[in-house]
Design a protein around this ligand. Structure first.
Ligand code: COI
Length: 341
């Protein structure tokens, strides 16, 4: 049962101490057994490759307490596969899909009381982390790795839930280069965005949008999430780029849009085309579907909607996704993975 000493309705997106995380070590060419660890601190060698050469990657997922009381994780196999691709790109040992899902199951079950009650709009955020922990001072992959899954109860990422936000394009900073690491989930992509992000925030924009690093002509993604544009006729358009993270949420929303009979296009989106969208959103595990009502680039301010208006298509997508996740709508694609508690 959910704890009674947490104010579930006012949860934001921050760290909360829970019962434990789960931890596995890779040594001598094999993964060991998982163990629950209470202490949120980790001890590692000062020469660990994650500290020096950024040999690390992570994932983001959510577990939901559904209407009928079941606890489910949304599409964990998709995140497992993405982490495998990231690991391979960073020359780290991929975590087998079964081990990844088992780790998620176990850690959610061990922290069941932190899964927010149905009806509060909250979820248990899962943050799998794979890091090189073996010492490596010459630039090369480490010989030892640690895989962990930490969890915490969360509410909305941007204050206000489905409340529209303003975005800014800052042409002085890029997120990811073509043929770089933009399409995998490494911490470095987020480190690359921090400077611009702090500047954007200070100047009043909660999120920044990146254009392609080579030409600054095409829309790529937000610092935290993918980009979706909806044309006035309901066409769902999202960027096709080798330097954008393949979002599990975007993939799922595209399927929901197609199920609703909407036209779905994954293709290059020239910056100028933003003016033609009736609705724009950021989408991802943490931000779910966050409408964007205005995009500023220098003196060019593109107003997409009123600051307090959520367009009908985004509203429908949000309700469909949340409906499936909370067990209110039929899960026709089998996306919800039940956790035995
Ligand atoms: C997620 O959506 O889970 C992410 O990892 C993005 C992060 C900015 C919170």
């Amino acid at each position: 049962m959910p704890r009674t000493d947490i104010d579930w309705a006012s949860l934001g997106f921050g760290f909360t101490d829970v019962n434990c995380h789960i931890r596995y070590t890779w040594k001598d060419g094999a993964w060991g057994e998982g163990e629950f660890v209470k202490d949120p601190y980790i001890t590692m060698h000062i020469g660990a490759s994650c500290l020096h050469y950024g040999q690390e990657c992570f994932e983001g997922m959510k577990a939901f307490r559904q209407k009928d009381g079941k606890i489910v994780i949304f599409r964990p196999e998709e995140n497992a596969l993405r982490m495998s691709r990231t690991a391979t790109r960073c020359v780290m040992p991929p975590v087998p899909v079964e081990m990844f899902v088992e780790a998620c199951d176990k850690v959610v079950a061990a922290n069941e009381e932190y899964v927010p009650p149905y009806g509060t709009g909250g979820s248990l955020y899962l943050r799998p982390l794979l890091i090189g922990t073996g010492p490596q001072i010459g630039v090369a992959p480490a010989h030892e790795y640690t895989f962990m899954v930490m969890v915490m109860p969360v509410g909305a990422y941007y204050k206000g839930g489905l409340k529209p936000v303003r975005a800014v394009i800052l042409d002085d900073w890029d997120r990811a280069a073509p043929h770089g690491m933009g399409d995998v989930k490494v911490g470095g992509n987020y480190a690359a965005s921090l400077f611009a992000h702090e500047k954007a925030k200070k100047d009043g924009w909660p999120v920044e949008l990146y254009l392609d690093a080579a030409t600054h002509k095409y829309v790529e993604e937000f610092s935290t999430s993918n980009f979706i544009g909806i044309k006035p006729d309901g066409t769902y358009v999202t960027p096709d780029s080798t330097s954008v993270l393949p979002s599990v949420t975007n993939k799922s929303l595209k399927q929901c849009a197609a199920d609703l009979g909407w036209n779905v296009q994954t293709r290059k989106i020239p910056y100028e085309e933003i003016r033609e969208f009736a609705e724009v959103a950021a989408c991802g595990t943490a931000v779910v579907v966050t409408p964007v009502w205005e995009i500023t680039r220098g003196n060019d301010v593109i107003k997409i909607s009123d600051s307090d208006t959520v367009g009908p298509h985004l509203q429908k997508l949000y309700e469909t996704m949340q409906g499936i996740q909370y067990g209110v709508l039929e899960d026709i694609h089998g996306w919800c993975h039940q956790v035995c508690v």
